[in-house]
Design a protein around this ligand. Structure first.
Ligand SMILES: C[S@@+](CC[C@H](N)C(=O)[O-])C[C@H]1O[C@@H](n2cnc3c(N)ncnc32)[C@H](O)[C@@H]1O
Length: 222
């Protein structure tokens, strides 16, 4: 029996948003002129120092919350360096509770709207990008707040085609797949199964009896 008490997604939007394609094309063709915030630039510079004598695989865990998934990804990929990014100081500061003994990862406070732009201008060798349970913004009017409907999608798409997105809202992932197709990515969508929970939000949703889904994107040239 379900032990959690998280309520499922409530929305008037039943399928993929009717304006999604239009938005994706608009942002793909426009330049993102948003200035980079000072705290994100500082966080990025610190990661650059950490990666300065390293040219191996780098894995990003964007919107990592408390960084539980970041620590687990670091343990599972000892050959790589893993960077967890979240804008909430409160959540990032809680990472100590989830920390593992491993020097191949960092959890930093930064805004991914800016961080992704800085990453795509860097020469880091990003091989995987995780986006686990991003805020769904399920109201129909909030479509531009979802990553795939926002100006940040252009930068997100240039970092690496190997992206895994998880959500408890299937429509979010269907939309992401459709938006990513505009950038030449193909995707597989499957339900999350098994007893292991990759993040606290996944644990919360699944222990409340909700289904969670994962979308894996890759280049259509692979
Ligand atoms: C629903 S929580 C999921 C956290 C974690 N991935 C998990 O599954 O437990 C969404 C997270 O996205 C972060 N977030 C939202 N917008 C962000 C942004 N612009 N830059 C960085 N993090 C952001 C929030 O602070 C929050 O921690």
């Amino acid at each position: 029996m379900a032990s959690g008490n998280s309520r499922g997604i409530t929305t008037s939007q039943v399928g993929v948003h009717d304006k999604l394609d239009e938005l994706v094309v608009k942002y793909r063709e426009s330049e993102n002129k948003r200035p980079v915030s000072a705290h994100t630039q500082t966080a990025f510079d610190e990661v650059c120092d950490w990666l300065s004598d390293y040219d191996g695989d780098v894995i990003l865990d964007s919107c990592c919350g408390v960084g539980e998934s970041t620590a687990n990804l670091a343990s599972a990929n000892p050959h790589a360096r893993v960077i967890g990014i979240d804008k909430s100081a409160l959540r990032v500061d809680k990472h100590a509770h989830y920390q593992v003994q491993s020097d191949n990862y960092r959890v930093i406070r930064a805004d991914v709207n800016d961080f992704w732009r800085l990453v795509q201008q860097s020469n880091w060798n990003i091989t995987q990008h995780y986006l686990l349970y991003p805020n769904p913004y399920p109201k129909k009017t909030q479509v531009q707040k979802r990553w795939h409907g926002s100006a940040a999608m252009v930068d997100l798409m240039t970092i690496t085609p190997n992206i895994e997105v998880r959500s408890n809202w299937l429509v979010y992932l269907m939309e992401f797949a459709k938006a990513a197709k505009h950038y030449g990515l193909v995707s597989d969508l499957v339900e999350v199964t098994g007893d292991m929970h990759m993040t606290p939000f996944e644990r919360k949703y699944r222990s409340s009896g909700q289904s969670c889904w994962k979308l894996k994107c890759r280049s259509d040239e692979d």
